[in-house]
Design a protein around this ligand. Structure first.
Ligand code: G1P
Length: 291
């Protein structure tokens, strides 16, 4: 079973300025909670018990968000705001812990994951990129299906989705001889980080969820700098795939790239419309806006 998840949150969020100038981009609100809340709850719902934040000195508010805040709890209790008190005091189930490790230099996603090596230890683990929100279509999340598939095949799982051909140079792209159906996995022949549009082996892009064996840490230690002069997780996965099967898992849900402004706005619309308390009023509001 996969019990640990690494969430790299050290990035400065330059695509999201000025919003991310003095708060972490992961703390920007999507409807009534920060974006990171959705990603951590997705991990917990899939059975993750330890969240490992790979973080930066400017990101303490993420750790504070998942910690208790006794002053706030006392104030809510004094005002008899019991429903909100319950939510604030129980951000995560008691069996889930959040720990942090620093990424001392911005050397890339692969380097960020490697910073969690000692905490990850010998067991396979998940990686969730918090820029990407995943909305499920089915009761079982894509992340849970990836974990279940890993338990059966013991092959690393890389979540992919179709992207338009002109955008392949913004993603890791996988090479599969037979593209898997939605919700299914297929062994991949290769993976390449941000290929040129004419050189991409497919339109299947890596979208921020991975199940990886602990061995990837040793491979990351030997991975030279790649695209963008950074240590790329994609390059270490390409090395892994030379010695053991790695599978591309084709997601069935919908992704929102909250690292980009338009992706963020799209997420607000979708999560707002589906919000259990605010959804109906929000949809009515949208109808009133002259477009
Ligand atoms: C990272 C990964 C890339 C992946 C993308 C979206 O790139 O390196 O393989 O496709 O996230 O999940 P970034 O967007 O950080 O440049």
């Amino acid at each position: 079973m996969i019990k640990k998840a690494v969430l790299p949150v050290a990035g400065l969020g330059t695509r999201f300025l000025p919003a991310s100038k003095s708060i972490p981009k992961e703390m920007v609100t999507v409807v009534d909670r920060p974006a990171i809340d959705y990603v951590v709850k997705e991990a917990v719902a899939a059975g993750i018990e330890q969240i490992i934040l790979v973080t930066h000195s400017s990101k303490a508010s993420i750790e504070n968000y998942f910690d208790r805040n006794f002053e706030l709890e006392a104030a809510l209790a004094a005002k008899n705001k019991s429903e909100m008190l319950h939510e604030i005091a129980n951000m995560l189930p008691a069996h889930v812990s959040v720990v942090s490790v620093r990424q001392p230099q911005p050397l890339g996603l692969g380097h960020a994951v490697l910073c969690a090596k000692e905490i990850v230890g010998d067991a396979p683990f998940a990686v969730l990129l918090p820029d990407v929100l995943v909305k499920n279509k089915t009761a079982e999340s894509d992340l849970l299906r990836m974990i279940q598939r890993f338990d059966v095949s013991q092959a690393a799982q890389i979540m992919v989705e179709d992207v338009p051909g002109n955008l392949v140079d913004q993603y890791g792209i996988v090479d599969v001889s037979e593209p898997p159906a939605e919700g299914q996995s297929a062994v991949m022949q290769g993976i390449i980080e941000k290929p040129a549009v004419h050189a991409a082996p497919s339109n299947l892009a890596v979208v921020g969820r991975y199940i990886l064996p602990a061995k990837i840490m040793q491979l990351l230690e030997q991975t030279p700098k790649g695209a963008g002069n950074e240590i790329q997780l994609t390059d270490a996965i390409a090395i892994l795939q030379q010695s053991e099967a790695v599978e591309a898992y084709r997601m069935s849900g919908q992704t929102f790239d909250c690292g980009s402004k338009i992706g963020y706005l799209k997420a607000v619309l979708h999560y707002g419309a589906d919000h259990p308390q605010l959804g109906d009023a929000f949809k009515a509001l949208m109808k009133d806006i002259p477009l």
